[in-house]
Write a protein that binds this ligand. Sequence first.
Ligand code: THU
Length: 159
Amino acid sequence: MKQIIIQSILTILSEKELSIQEKDLMHQAFEARSKAYAPYSKFTVGVALLLDNGVVVQGSNQENAAYPSGLCAERVAIYYAGANYPSAKMVQMFITASPQDRNLQEPIPPCGSCRQAIAEYEMKQDIPIEILFMGAEGPIYKSDSLKNILPLVFDKNHL
Ligand code: THU
């Protein structure tokens, strides 16, 4: 029997260790989270997505009484960027997530569907998208590429 070992390296940062640009993105992600529409789960997610033209796109989760019609913050942000800045490249995404009634300290990664959606744009632009994620406060996990958090990704090369 043969096995493969899949390894990913993520960096754990504190707020103090963020660059000025990353700190700015973090604050924009906090702002985005404050605009989440999450009356059903009461779990709020905010994203700040930096593009290579300097624009920062904010996204937050948008829920719906018909639950599956809602959308995660990450996809709100990347689809907005894809729709409005189709030739810009996505450089860095900062995610913050927490229930409304308490400040989660644990880094919250993007869900599987969002990872797949982000992977599509990383593939399209052919440069990695850095992903940073946290709770409401506490440690920040940084991945240099979406690939680190979605190994064995399914992409257009498999079609
Ligand atoms: N959510 C996100 O916005 N991003 C994720 O990656 C995971 C989950 C949202 C969807 C829903 O509004 C709430 O969090 C609870 O699942």
